[in-house]
Design a protein around this ligand. Structure first.
Ligand code: AHR
Length: 497
C-alpha cells in the first residue's frame, strides 16, 4: 500500500516574505574551500580564472543565485588578522591555521579578493569579525576599510590598495561560536563583549544601518539565546545566530557514502531537530521581542561525516549523496515555514568542506545533489510564504518514527506558486494530495531530483549521475493536485493561473 500524505495550502493567507538570505552559503579558510576550491591564484595555474578565482566556480555560483556568502569563518574568523590579507601579496605575513590542519596560511586570499568575488557572483558579503583574539579597534578598522567613503585613514589605505569606492558591507558577525572556539565565553560575558563591539562598529551615513549578528547558540542551548535577548539592547542587535549540524556522534561520525539505514535514520532525525530548535529558540525570542524585530540567523547547518578515506582529517572533505539532498530539502522547508523569525541561514560549506554544493579536484569541478536542491528551491527567495498544513505518515525504523514528507510553498509577484516536497522515506513512495485553497490555477509543471540508490553521488568520473529532471507526474483537477513522490527524492511544482 502506498502511504498517503495530505496537504492543504492556504494561498489567501500568504503574508510573510521568505527572506532570500535563508539561502546563504559559507566559505571558511578550511581545507580546500578557499585554496584550490575557490582561489587558485593568478600565476602558475592551468585552471581558467578571473583574478585568481576559478571561472567554473564563479559560473556555478552565479547560476545558483546565492544571496549572501559568509567569510572567513567559522573558528578561523576568531584568529584572522584582516590587515595581513591586504596590500601586495608577496609582502603579506603568513600565519598558521591552528583550527584546521595546522597548515600555513599565506593570506593571498584576503578582503579585496573576497569582496570582489561577492560582486562577481552577485552575493552580499557577510563578514565574520574576530572577537575572540582581536580587538575592538581591529574590527572597527575593518568596517571603516570596507565601508568608509573617503577621508579616514582606513578609506585612504583601501584606495592605495586599488579600490576607490567602498563595498558597503551590511552583514557583520560579531564573533563566532563564542561559547567554544570563539573564546569559550559564558553567555553573560559574551553579551557584554557584544555590546562593546557593537557600540563602535559605526554606521556611515551613506551605507544605511549595519546588520550586526550575535554569535549564537549551539543546538538546544536555549539559555544562551535567552541571555543574549535579555542582556543586549535590541537597537544594537539585528540577528542572533544558531548552529546545528546533522551528525551521528562527534566521536564517530560515520561514512559519507557507505552508510547503513541506521546511520541514515540518525542523520534524518538530526536534520528534523532543526524544527524543534528553530521553534524553541523563536519562542524565547518572542518573549523578549514579540514584534520579531531581531532575526534568527542559522549561519551554520548541514551534514557532517567522517572525512573521505585518505584525506587530511583537519580538512573536513566529504562526499555528498542523496542523503544530503534530503537534509537540504527538509531543512529548507523548515526555514521557509519559519520565515517570520528565520531570516538568514548559511549552509556549511560552499566548496570541498562538509555539505558542499561544489566539489573540485584540480581542474575538475562537479555539482553535488545538494547544489541541485538549493537551485530547485531558490524560487522561494523573497517570495510570499503560503501557510501550509500537512499530515504525513511516518518513516519508521526500529520502532522510531520521523515525518516522511515535508513541504513548503510560496507565491511570487507574478502570482505563480511553487511547492517544494521532500520525501525522506528510505524505501516507500508517498501518494500526495494537495488541496489548493484560496487561489485558482490551470497549469502545473515540475522538477525532480531522484536517484536509484540513496547513497548515489556525483563523482569526477560521473559528474552528472544525479541531475534535475522534468517531473510530469502531477495531475491538477478542480483545485486538487495529486502526485506520487518516490522514496528519497525532492520535487518542486510550479502552478500558474
Ligand atoms: O564549519 C566548520 C566549523 O564548525 C566552523 O568553523 C565552526 O564555527 C563550527 O564549529
Amino acid at each position: 500500500v502506498i502511504a498517503q500524505t495530505k496537504i492543504t495550502l492556504n494561498s489567501d493567507l500568504a503574508k510573510t516574505q521568505i527572506n532570500k538570505h535563508i539561502y546563504g552559503h559559507f566559505a571558511e579558510h578550511l581545507g580546500r574551500c578557499i585554496y584550490g576550491g575557490i582561489y587558485v591564484g593568478e600565476g602558475n595555474t592551468k585552471i581558467p580564472n578571473t583574478a585568481g578565482v576559478r571561472n567554473d566556480v564563479i559560473q556555478a555560483l552565479k547560476d545558483l543565485k546565492i544571496p549572501n556568502l559568509r567569510w572567513p569563518g567559522g573558528c578561523f574568523a576568531d584568529t584572522y588578522q584582516w590587515k595581513d590579507g591586504i596590500g601586495p601579496k608577496d609582502k603579506r605575513p603568513k600565519m598558521v591555521n591552528v583550527w584546521w590542519g595546522g597548515v600555513t596560511e599565506d593570506n593571498s586570499f584576503g578582503t579585496h579578493d573576497f569582496l570582489d568575488l561577492c560582486e562577481r557572483i552577485g552575493a552580499e558579503p557577510y563578514l565574520a569579525g574576530n572577537v575572540g583574539s582581536g580587538t575592538v579597534k581591529d574590527l572597527v578598522d575593518w568596517v571603516s576599510y570596507v565601508n568608509h567613503p573617503g577621508g579616514s585613514p582606513m578609506a585612504e589605505l583601501r584606495k592605495q590598495n586599488g579600490r576607490e569606492k567602498p563595498w558597503n558591507v551590511q552583514l557583520w558577525g560579531v564573533g563566532n561560536e563564542a561559547w567554544g572556539c570563539g573564546g569559550n565565553m559564558t553567555a553573560e560575558y559574551y553579551a557584554n563583549i557584544y555590546r562593546q563591539y557593537a557600540t563602535f562598529m559605526a554606521d556611515w551615513n551613506n551605507t544605511g544601518k549595519l546588520y550586526r549578528i550575535a554569535s549564537g547558540a549551539s543546538d538546544g542551548d536555549y539559555q544562551w539565546t535567552e541571555t543574549l535577548m535579555k542582556n543586549i539592547p535590541h537597537n544594537m542587535l539585528s540577528g542572533v545566530a544558531l548552529h546545528h549540524y546533522s551528525v551521528i556522534s562527534w566521536t564517530d561520525k560515520g561514512p559519507s557514502v557507505n552508510f547503513n539505514e541506521q546511520e541514515y535514520f540518525k542523520i534524518m532525525d538530526e536534520a528534523w531537530k532543526m524544527e524543534e530548535f528553530v521553534t524553541r529558540h523563536s519562542t524565547i525570542m518572542d518573549k523578549y521581542d514579540p514584534e520579531k524585530k531581531v532575526a534568527l540567523i542559522v549561519d551554520e547547518w548541514g551534514g557532517w561525516y567522517s572525512v573521505e578515506p585518505g584525506t587530511n582529517p583537519g580538512f573536513l572533505y566529504q562526499q555528498n549523496t542523496m542523503r544530503d539532498a534530503m537534509i537540504a530539502g527538509l531543512t529548507l522547508n523548515i526555514f521557509n515555514n519559519h520565515a517570520d523569525r528565520v531570516r538568514g541561514a548559511n549552509l556549511a560549506q560552499i566548496v570541498n568542506v562538509l555539505q558542499s554544493v561544489i566539489l573540485t579536484n584540480e581542474e575538475k569541478m562537479l555539482l553535488t545533489p545538494t547544489y541541485h536542491v538549493m537551485k530547485m528551491y531558490n524560487v522561494h527567495q523573497d517570495a510570499l510564504l503560503v501557510p501550509i498544513s500537512i499530515e504525513s505518515p511516518s518513516y519508521e525504523f526500529q520502532g522510531k518514527k520521523l515525518t516522511a514528507v515535508s513541504a513548503s510553498a510560496s507565491k511570487n509577484a507574478a502570482g505563480a506558486m511553487t511547492i517544494s516536497l521532500t520525501n525522506i522515506d528510505y524505501s516507500k513512495p508517498h501518494e500526495i494530495t494537495i488541496n489548493l485553497r484560496g487561489d485558482e490555477f490551470s497549469k502545473v509543471s515540475g522538477q525532480i531530483l531522484a536517484s536509484a540508490k540513496i547513497n548515489d553521488f556525483n563523482s569526477f568520473e560521473q559528474p552528472n549521475k544525479i541531475t534535475v529532471k522534468e517531473f510530469a507526474g502531477a495531475k491538477l483537477d478542480k483545485g486538487v493536485l495529486k502526485l506520487t513522490i518516490p522514496a528519497y527524492s525532492v520535487i518542486t511544482l510550479t502552478l500558474k493561473k
